[in-house]
Design a protein around this ligand. Structure first.
Ligand SMILES: [Zn+2]
Length: 248
Protein backbone atom coordinates (compact mmCIF):
# COMPACT_ATOMS: atom_id res chain seq x y z
CA UNK A 1 0.00 0.00 0.00
CA UNK A 2 1.29 3.46 -0.84
CA UNK A 3 0.33 6.63 1.01
CA UNK A 4 0.74 9.91 -0.84
CA UNK A 5 1.82 13.20 0.72
CA UNK A 6 -1.73 14.62 0.54
CA UNK A 7 -3.06 11.67 2.53
CA UNK A 8 -0.41 12.19 5.20
CA UNK A 9 -1.25 15.91 5.41
CA UNK A 10 -4.97 15.16 5.85
CA UNK A 11 -4.25 12.67 8.64
CA UNK A 12 -1.91 15.18 10.34
CA UNK A 13 -4.63 17.87 10.10
CA UNK A 14 -7.20 15.46 11.53
CA UNK A 15 -4.98 14.61 14.49
CA UNK A 16 -3.99 18.26 15.02
CA UNK A 17 -7.66 19.28 15.14
CA UNK A 18 -8.48 16.58 17.69
CA UNK A 19 -5.40 17.48 19.77
CA UNK A 20 -6.29 21.18 19.73
CA UNK A 21 -9.79 20.42 21.04
CA UNK A 22 -8.95 20.68 24.77
CA UNK A 23 -7.18 24.04 24.20
CA UNK A 24 -10.16 25.33 22.21
CA UNK A 25 -12.53 24.16 24.98
CA UNK A 26 -10.62 26.35 27.44
CA UNK A 27 -11.04 29.34 25.10
CA UNK A 28 -14.75 28.59 24.62
CA UNK A 29 -15.31 28.48 28.41
CA UNK A 30 -13.26 31.69 28.78
CA UNK A 31 -15.17 33.72 26.17
CA UNK A 32 -18.71 32.25 26.41
CA UNK A 33 -19.98 34.82 28.92
CA UNK A 34 -22.72 37.46 28.57
CA UNK A 35 -21.42 40.85 27.46
CA UNK A 36 -21.85 42.49 30.87
CA UNK A 37 -19.65 39.90 32.66
CA UNK A 38 -15.86 39.66 32.68
CA UNK A 39 -14.11 36.74 30.93
CA UNK A 40 -14.55 33.48 32.82
CA UNK A 41 -11.65 31.63 34.48
CA UNK A 42 -13.62 29.47 36.95
CA UNK A 43 -15.97 26.53 36.69
CA UNK A 44 -19.51 27.97 36.49
CA UNK A 45 -20.77 25.01 38.58
CA UNK A 46 -18.30 24.73 41.49
CA UNK A 47 -16.09 27.83 41.14
CA UNK A 48 -12.83 25.87 40.73
CA UNK A 49 -10.08 28.00 39.11
CA UNK A 50 -9.83 26.13 35.80
CA UNK A 51 -8.10 28.78 33.69
CA UNK A 52 -5.59 30.66 35.88
CA UNK A 53 -3.74 31.50 32.66
CA UNK A 54 -5.30 32.06 29.25
CA UNK A 55 -3.91 28.92 27.62
CA UNK A 56 -5.13 26.06 29.78
CA UNK A 57 -6.81 22.96 28.41
CA UNK A 58 -10.09 21.32 29.41
CA UNK A 59 -10.76 17.58 29.03
CA UNK A 60 -12.62 16.39 25.88
CA UNK A 61 -15.24 14.87 28.21
CA UNK A 62 -16.74 18.37 28.53
CA UNK A 63 -16.78 18.01 32.32
CA UNK A 64 -15.15 20.05 35.08
CA UNK A 65 -12.08 18.11 36.35
CA UNK A 66 -13.11 18.90 39.95
CA UNK A 67 -16.92 18.69 40.28
CA UNK A 68 -17.49 16.48 37.16
CA UNK A 69 -20.42 18.68 36.04
CA UNK A 70 -20.91 19.39 32.31
CA UNK A 71 -19.20 22.64 31.28
CA UNK A 72 -19.14 23.75 27.67
CA UNK A 73 -19.93 21.70 24.53
CA UNK A 74 -20.83 17.98 24.49
CA UNK A 75 -18.07 15.34 24.90
CA UNK A 76 -15.83 15.11 21.83
CA UNK A 77 -17.82 17.69 19.86
CA UNK A 78 -15.19 20.47 19.76
CA UNK A 79 -12.52 17.89 18.93
CA UNK A 80 -14.63 16.39 16.11
CA UNK A 81 -15.52 19.79 14.59
CA UNK A 82 -11.89 21.03 14.70
CA UNK A 83 -10.55 17.75 13.28
CA UNK A 84 -13.12 17.64 10.44
CA UNK A 85 -12.58 21.31 9.54
CA UNK A 86 -8.78 21.14 9.43
CA UNK A 87 -8.86 17.85 7.50
CA UNK A 88 -11.28 19.33 4.95
CA UNK A 89 -8.97 22.33 4.44
CA UNK A 90 -5.87 20.10 4.15
CA UNK A 91 -7.71 18.01 1.55
CA UNK A 92 -8.66 21.01 -0.61
CA UNK A 93 -5.71 23.39 -0.15
CA UNK A 94 -2.18 22.13 -0.68
CA UNK A 95 -0.13 25.37 -0.78
CA UNK A 96 1.46 25.67 2.70
CA UNK A 97 0.96 29.39 3.47
CA UNK A 98 -2.68 29.65 2.29
CA UNK A 99 -3.38 26.41 4.19
CA UNK A 100 -1.78 27.93 7.31
CA UNK A 101 -3.92 31.08 6.87
CA UNK A 102 -7.12 29.06 6.52
CA UNK A 103 -6.25 26.82 9.48
CA UNK A 104 -5.62 29.94 11.57
CA UNK A 105 -9.05 31.27 10.58
CA UNK A 106 -10.63 27.85 11.20
CA UNK A 107 -9.21 27.44 14.71
CA UNK A 108 -10.59 30.85 15.73
CA UNK A 109 -13.75 30.04 13.79
CA UNK A 110 -14.42 26.89 15.83
CA UNK A 111 -14.13 28.85 19.10
CA UNK A 112 -16.28 31.69 17.71
CA UNK A 113 -19.00 29.33 16.51
CA UNK A 114 -19.34 27.63 19.91
CA UNK A 115 -19.23 30.97 21.77
CA UNK A 116 -21.90 32.46 19.47
CA UNK A 117 -24.16 29.43 19.97
CA UNK A 118 -23.70 29.62 23.76
CA UNK A 119 -24.09 33.37 24.40
CA UNK A 120 -25.00 34.98 21.04
CA UNK A 121 -21.89 37.10 20.79
CA UNK A 122 -18.66 37.21 18.79
CA UNK A 123 -15.99 38.87 20.97
CA UNK A 124 -13.49 41.30 19.39
CA UNK A 125 -10.76 39.40 21.21
CA UNK A 126 -11.46 36.52 18.79
CA UNK A 127 -12.77 38.11 15.57
CA UNK A 128 -9.96 40.67 15.24
CA UNK A 129 -6.98 38.30 15.71
CA UNK A 130 -8.77 35.83 13.41
CA UNK A 131 -8.89 38.43 10.61
CA UNK A 132 -5.43 39.88 11.43
CA UNK A 133 -3.59 36.54 11.38
CA UNK A 134 -5.35 35.44 8.20
CA UNK A 135 -4.44 38.74 6.51
CA UNK A 136 -0.76 38.43 7.52
CA UNK A 137 -0.40 34.81 6.37
CA UNK A 138 -2.20 35.41 3.06
CA UNK A 139 -0.10 38.56 2.53
CA UNK A 140 3.04 36.51 3.11
CA UNK A 141 1.82 33.92 0.62
CA UNK A 142 1.07 36.61 -1.98
CA UNK A 143 4.54 38.14 -1.48
CA UNK A 144 6.37 34.80 -1.72
CA UNK A 145 4.46 33.65 -4.81
CA UNK A 146 4.28 37.09 -6.46
CA UNK A 147 0.47 37.18 -6.47
CA UNK A 148 -0.34 40.74 -5.32
CA UNK A 149 -3.57 40.80 -7.32
CA UNK A 150 -4.95 37.79 -5.52
CA UNK A 151 -4.23 39.47 -2.18
CA UNK A 152 -5.91 42.69 -3.26
CA UNK A 153 -9.05 40.71 -4.18
CA UNK A 154 -8.97 38.98 -0.75
CA UNK A 155 -8.63 42.33 1.07
CA UNK A 156 -11.35 43.94 -1.05
CA UNK A 157 -13.61 40.92 -0.40
CA UNK A 158 -13.06 41.31 3.34
CA UNK A 159 -13.93 45.02 3.28
CA UNK A 160 -16.85 44.49 0.88
CA UNK A 161 -18.38 41.68 2.94
CA UNK A 162 -17.90 43.65 6.19
CA UNK A 163 -19.59 46.67 4.57
CA UNK A 164 -22.48 44.45 3.45
CA UNK A 165 -22.95 43.09 7.00
CA UNK A 166 -22.63 46.61 8.43
CA UNK A 167 -25.55 47.72 6.25
CA UNK A 168 -27.56 44.69 7.44
CA UNK A 169 -26.67 45.48 11.07
CA UNK A 170 -27.81 49.10 10.61
CA UNK A 171 -31.08 48.08 8.90
CA UNK A 172 -31.89 45.20 11.26
CA UNK A 173 -29.88 45.49 14.49
CA UNK A 174 -31.94 42.69 16.06
CA UNK A 175 -30.82 40.16 13.43
CA UNK A 176 -27.19 41.13 12.85
CA UNK A 177 -24.59 42.66 15.15
CA UNK A 178 -21.21 44.35 14.93
CA UNK A 179 -19.63 40.99 15.88
CA UNK A 180 -20.96 39.62 12.60
CA UNK A 181 -19.46 42.62 10.76
CA UNK A 182 -16.01 41.94 12.24
CA UNK A 183 -16.32 38.21 11.56
CA UNK A 184 -17.09 39.09 7.92
CA UNK A 185 -13.51 40.45 7.62
CA UNK A 186 -12.06 36.99 8.26
CA UNK A 187 -14.70 35.22 6.15
CA UNK A 188 -14.12 37.68 3.27
CA UNK A 189 -10.35 37.18 3.40
CA UNK A 190 -10.55 33.38 3.41
CA UNK A 191 -13.15 33.11 0.65
CA UNK A 192 -11.80 36.11 -1.31
CA UNK A 193 -8.41 34.42 -1.67
CA UNK A 194 -10.24 32.13 -4.14
CA UNK A 195 -11.87 35.06 -5.95
CA UNK A 196 -15.00 37.21 -5.84
CA UNK A 197 -17.39 34.38 -6.79
CA UNK A 198 -16.19 32.41 -3.75
CA UNK A 199 -16.94 35.39 -1.49
CA UNK A 200 -20.46 35.70 -2.90
CA UNK A 201 -20.89 31.93 -2.53
CA UNK A 202 -19.71 32.09 1.11
CA UNK A 203 -22.27 34.77 1.98
CA UNK A 204 -25.11 33.07 0.09
CA UNK A 205 -24.31 29.63 1.56
CA UNK A 206 -24.30 31.20 5.02
CA UNK A 207 -27.76 32.72 4.56
CA UNK A 208 -29.14 29.58 2.92
CA UNK A 209 -27.87 27.30 5.70
CA UNK A 210 -29.19 29.69 8.38
CA UNK A 211 -32.54 29.81 6.55
CA UNK A 212 -32.85 26.02 6.34
CA UNK A 213 -31.93 25.74 10.00
CA UNK A 214 -34.49 28.37 11.05
CA UNK A 215 -37.24 26.70 9.00
CA UNK A 216 -36.36 23.30 10.49
CA UNK A 217 -36.54 24.73 14.01
CA UNK A 218 -39.84 26.51 13.29
CA UNK A 219 -41.42 23.40 11.74
CA UNK A 220 -40.38 21.22 14.68
CA UNK A 221 -41.56 23.87 17.14
CA UNK A 222 -38.12 24.22 18.73
CA UNK A 223 -38.14 28.03 18.39
CA UNK A 224 -40.71 30.79 17.93
CA UNK A 225 -40.65 33.56 15.31
CA UNK A 226 -39.16 36.01 17.79
CA UNK A 227 -36.25 33.80 18.84
CA UNK A 228 -32.81 34.91 17.75
CA UNK A 229 -30.61 32.40 15.92
CA UNK A 230 -26.90 33.30 15.94
CA UNK A 231 -25.61 33.94 12.42
CA UNK A 232 -21.86 33.56 13.14
CA UNK A 233 -21.74 29.75 12.87
CA UNK A 234 -23.55 29.91 9.51
CA UNK A 235 -21.18 32.59 8.16
CA UNK A 236 -18.27 30.31 9.06
CA UNK A 237 -19.94 27.22 7.64
CA UNK A 238 -20.75 29.15 4.43
CA UNK A 239 -17.09 30.15 4.15
CA UNK A 240 -16.02 26.53 4.62
CA UNK A 241 -18.44 25.40 1.89
CA UNK A 242 -17.17 28.14 -0.49
CA UNK A 243 -13.48 27.38 0.17
CA UNK A 244 -14.08 23.63 -0.22
CA UNK A 245 -15.81 24.13 -3.57
CA UNK A 246 -13.60 26.94 -4.93
CA UNK A 247 -10.14 25.74 -3.87
CA UNK A 248 -8.10 23.93 -6.49
ZN1 LIG B 1 -16.59 22.44 38.62
Amino acid sequence: MTINADGVLIVVALLAGAALGPLLRAQILHFAVPSEESWRRDCPQCGAALLPTAWRALPPTGRCPRCRQRIGPAPGLVEAVAAATLALLAWRVSAPLPLAALCWAAVFGVVLAFVDVAVHRLPDRLTLPAAGGTAVLLGLSAAVDGEPRRYVVALASALGLAAFYLILALIAPAGMGLGDVKLALCVGLAAGWFGWPATVMAAMAGFLLAGFYAVALLVTGKVGRKDHIPHGPFMLLGALVAVTLAAV
